[in-house]
Design a protein around this ligand. Structure first.
Ligand code: ADP
Ligand code: ZN
Length: 518
């Protein structure tokens, strides 16, 4: 089978190698399994359903939200000799009849439809009488209200699994937000599907986080060596943007300010000047970036901590689109955390507050990471790596390390014993043998792991658990209060087959002495 999908890749699409994880995804779909594929735009998701559509019998239905997107896809497939068509409101009556006929005769391999059209009763009825090879759902995040592009017509797609129980479904999105992804899977009723996350790594970006201390000076120092390079400095408020711009100008650095409080004309002027390389530094709020496609941005500085890891990833991702070495620097101070928390807690939507706080906590955890930043970042998005990157501040200037295998084993087995149903705070209480009423009510004081971590403080455990999350041994469910679960990588640790080496906090805290004494 592998040979034949390779053959199709070469003869139909003219490519000679699959990108990871295209081949595996295609094989699964050809075998009739459901797949959830998360890859950034341009990563190569389309081939993952187009090739299976040519290797399974019947018609492949592709759900796509925009008529223009459908048309592009269909045109390029037809140009490659694939029988594809779209069915939407832009077709004339004649064209629609022709496509219908092709469908009935089994002449089509792929049919692109808008979700509202697909879910119309008469259309579903016609499909029920046909053999379908697969159903692909493009831009699947449109089904989630947590996503940035919710479309009510997508919610109907949750019925597909029930309507076509034997047809493999492949859902695709470029969204980096784990929250939204869980919601997509839940809404589609596809809890058993295999999830693939790939293509999020940006190897040419060097990640650095500096403790915030006299940040204006830190920024000036950073910029001093980069006078001729283009870069973006992000700050959280308009006021701050103005302040930074002033400071830079008085230090002789030509900088432009960009935020939503400026006139359209002024914003356009700044954006154009930056695009043309007339302006090297733009100091901006998050309002800056949409629609900017500048390949040679050499650095992105976060003067303030962003509110989520997704925003951080998206904003730093504007550096180095040309593939050349680029810098992502974040200044991080506890004050930022307080400000962000206060802003979030202002909202009166309790559910929203809960989620935003979780996201903020994940961001803080990243900023305080003692493990490779890239691994921490990618692991947040579900892309677990087993090697450090050698291209971040932690890798090039590592903290002192200690063998935490024993601690890791205790923590992981405690997570297991409490049934993977509690967050870090509770797990730590059990480890430390707390006599809280909840623990006693749940009889967790009878667990074999109760009290086995009494030698470390809660803060020390928190640190260890955070690193176990970054390294991908523990997986928090941010949609459920950060409930901790075990990843497959935890097994060999529990069995004592793998060592776990963790970083010691830079400020000397007691864990260092205790570990060394042992
Ligand atoms: P996505 O849907 O993830 O945004 P596409 O499927 O449109 O991305 O693919 C982006 C580009 O990458 C397209 O030009 C596509 O032809 C190309 N591409 C995809 N897979 C491969 C491959 N295995 N080898 C070479 N180019 C590929
Ligand atoms: Zn690293």
């Amino acid at each position: 089978m592998t040979a034949t999908i390779h053959h199709t890749l070469a003869t139909v699409f003219g490519f000679h190698e699959f990108r990871a994880p295209q081949q595996e995804v295609i094989e699964r779909i050809v075998a009739g399994e459901d797949v959830f594929l998360v890859m950034p735009t341009g990563g190569g998701k389309s081939l993952c359903y187009q090739i299976p559509a040519l290797h399974r019998n019947g018609l492949a239905i592709v759900v796509s939200p925009l008529i223009s997107l459908m048309k592009d896809q269909v045109d390029s497939l037809v140009a490659n000799g694939v029988a594809a068509a779209c069915f939407n409101s832009s077709l004339s009556a004649d064209e629609a009849r022709r496509v219908s006929l092709q469908m009935e005769k089994g002449e089509l391999n792929l049919l692109y439809v808008a979700p509202e059209r697909l879910m119309q009763a008469d259309f579903l009825e016609r499909l029920a009488g046909m053999q379908l090879s697969l159903i692909a759902i493009d831009e699947a995040h449109c089904i989630s209200q947590w996503g940035h592009d919710f479309r009510p017509e997508y919610t109907q797609l949750g019925r597909l699994r029930g309507l076509f129980p034997r047809v493999p479904i492949v859902a695709m999105t470029a969204t980096a937000d784990p929250e939204t992804r869980k919601d997509i899977i839940r809404q589609l009723g596809l809890e058993q599907m295999t999830v693939y996350v790939a293509g999020f790594d940006r190897p040419n970006i060097t990640y650095t986080v500096l403790p915030k201390h006299k940040p204006f000076n830190q920024l000036e120092t950073f910029l001093a060596g980069r006078r001729d390079e283009a870069g973006i400095v992000y700050a959280l408020s308009r006021k701050r943007v103005e302040q930074i711009t002033e400071r830079l100008r008085s230090a002789g650095i030509v900088a432009g300010a960009y935020h939503a409080g400026l006139s359209d004309t002024e914003r356009k002027r700044v954006q154009d000047a930056f695009q043309r390389d007339d302006l090297r530094v733009v100091v901006a709020t998050v309002a800056f970036g949409m629609g900017i496609d500048k390949p040679n941005v050499r650095y992105v500085v976060h003067f303030d901590m962003p509110k989520s890891v997704e925003s951080y990833y998206q904003e730093t991702g504007r550096a180095g689109r040309d593939g050349l070495p680029s810098e992502a620097l974040m200044l991080f101070g506890m004050g930022d955390v307080m400000t962000a928390r206060a802003l979030i807690e202002n909202s009166n939507n309790a559910e929203r507050v809960r989620i935003e706080i979780q996201k903020l906590n994940a961001m803080v955890a990243y900023a305080e990471a003692l493990t490779c930043r890239r691994r921490a970042l990618l692991s947040y998005f579900g892309d677990q790596r087993d090697h450090d990157c050698d291209n971040c501040d932690i890798c090039t200037n590592p903290p002192r390390r200690f063998d935490a295998s024993e601690h890791a084993r205790k923590a992981l087995s405690c997570v297991y014993r409490v049934g993977e149903r509690f967050g870090a705070g509770y797990v730590i209480e059990v480890l430390r043998g707390s006599k809280s009423q909840r623990i006693i009510d749940l009889k967790h004081d009878r667990l074999s792991t109760y009290g086995i971590g009494a030698d470390l403080s809660a803060g020390e455990w928190e640190n260890i658990i955070r690193q176990l999350i970054h390294l991908g041994y523990l997986v928090p469910d941010y949609s459920r209060y950060g409930v901790l679960g075990l990843s497959p990588a935890a097994r060999p640790v529990l069995k004592g087959e793998t060592e776990v080496i963790l970083g010691l906090p830079r400020e000397p805290i007691k864990v260092a002495e205790r570990v060394q004494k042992q």
